[in-house]
Design a protein around this ligand. Structure first.
Ligand code: ZN
Length: 447
């Protein structure tokens, strides 16, 4: 397949006006000026797609979310994190079955693709037959599926993780499984150690199909250190959660911390030493009133920061264009410096760093040898005219609704704003009726 005549944004600094991309199977094999590419590849046997006037970018990567939670979108808002989780979210989630995990995740995958996201890192509960992985496979989306690990179901969680790796890791070249100890305050020290031992064992066995990363909610709450101390009666030197995790032996460059709002100097020093990554979720952090991550400082310290929406119950969408804009804006007034987090850096966080943070080596750029996850945007719009700087538009002006076509693993899954094989209205109807049923049930339980 050749996409020709568009503006190709290869990465955060290289872009070609009137360029073309050649895709063979699931890989990008060539990229350059249209006339050069057509000279090299213009013969028969290619599907040539004219993309004149359109912008081609690497697929956007949402590196922290819970896509099944579309079922809970708008169900409980404007509440303190503790009340939100304990009084609303967890009681509702107790009622969910495997088919709910799958249904919610299908809606989340559809929403993501239609807004230019080709790869999500999503952590949730697991059912062996129907879960977030089966949902992504039905829709044809790439994802790292994190299996939630909690002390309240320690053995069950570890069995789920093991089962998910065996069944789904590497499936169709689209799915990877991750270990997901939920947070330091919901996972006891012993379970942290056991889950990490299991991850290393599974990585040894299945690592040829891709990294099995570990990801967890870290330093989201200003009370986290105290909660962990009290709940598990443990020592937390220098009030540093990262030092505590280091002492448990669970850190590595495969560790992706989500949030990282309350990180002190020791935390940052430990992250640097282990090359621990960070998924920054500015919209959910603001909505829950938790605070904001000091991304300029983390970036200055060499920490790779990617972007996430967090779940659709705390955002309340999976819109990464909105997240890019918030990520660019959130630190500027606090630092009183508009030069921090410039547009091209934010774009890099949403693409190249997203891929690296999920353990991919050839993803997140439009470059020969890279996996063909590509998004085509329609820039023929009033709010995108004129164009001086492509990165400025991608971060500050472009909207999710400007996504026109999406290619994942070399296959067109969304074309001219329509899905090929999926009836999105049927899925929306099912979500609507099932969520109303669950809402009645949870009200009964709570009363
Ligand atoms: Zn989260």
């Amino acid at each position: 397949m050749i996409l020709k005549g568009g503006w190709i944004v290869q990465d955060y600094r290289r872009n070609i006006r009137d360029g073309a991309v050649v895709i063979e199977d699931n890989k990008i094999i060539d990229v350059g000026y249209t006339d050069e590419i057509m000279r090299r590849h213009g013969g028969a046997g290619h599907d040539i797609i004219d993309i004149k006037g359109k912008i081609v970018i690497p697929g956007i990567i949402n590196s922290h979310t819970h896509i099944s939670m579309t079922l809970l979108r708008g169900y409980a808002d404007d509440l303190l994190l503790k009340d939100w989780l304990e009084k609303y979210i967890w009681p509702y989630e107790k009622l969910l079955t495997g088919s709910d995990f799958e249904l919610g995740a299908m809606l989340g995958a559809i929403e993501s693709i239609a807004s230019g996201v080709t790869n999500v890192c999503s952590m949730y509960h697991y059912d062996r037959d129907r879960n977030e992985a089966t949902a992504l496979l039905k829709v044809g989306m790439r994802g790292t599926i994190g299996i939630a690990i909690f002390t309240w179901d320690a053995e069950g969680s570890l069995n789920n993780f093991k089962d998910a790796v065996k069944r789904f890791h590497g499936y169709n070249g689209l799915i990877r499984i991750a270990s997901c100890p939920h947070a330091p305050y919901t996972v006891d020290p012993d379970l942290w150690i056991k889950s990490e031992e299991l991850r290393r064992e599974l990585l040894e066995k299945y690592g040829d199909k891709g990294r099995i990363i570990v990801t967890s909610h870290i330093a989201e709450d200003w009370n986290e250190v105290e909660m962990v101390r009290k709940r598990f009666n443990v020592d937390i030197p220098s009030d540093s959660i990262l030092r505590y995790l280091e002492n448990l032996g669970v850190l590595s460059s495969d560790f992706l911390a989500a949030h990282g709002i309350y990180l002190n100097e020791v935390d940052i020093e430990v992250m640097k030493r282990y090359d621990v990554k960070l998924a920054h979720n500015p919209v959910a952090n603001m909505k829950l009133g938790m605070g904001y991550a000091d991304t300029p400082k983390l970036i200055d310290n060499g920490i790779k920061v990617s972007l996430g929406t967090d779940g659709p119950a705390s955002n309340n969408t999976l819109d990464m264009f909105e997240t890019m804009k918030f990520a660019a804006l959130i630190n500027k007034p606090i630092k009183r410096d508009p030069r921090v987090t410039p547009a091209n850096l934010i774009f890099r966080m949403a693409t190249e760093y997203g891929a690296l943070n999920l353990g991919y080596t050839s993803l997140g750029k439009i470059e020969p040898g890279y996996i063909a996850d590509i998004v085509i945007l329609d820039f023929n719009k009033p709010h995108l005219t004129p164009i001086y700087d492509i990165y400025s538009h991608l971060v500050y002006a472009c909207k999710a609704s400007d996504v026109d076509t999406v290619i994942i693993n070399g296959k067109i899954v969304y074309e001219s704003k329509a899905f090929h094989d999926i009836d999105i209205y049927e899925i929306m109807d099912r979500v609507e009726s099932r969520s109303m049923e669950l809402y009645e049930k949870v009200r009964e339980v709570n009363s």
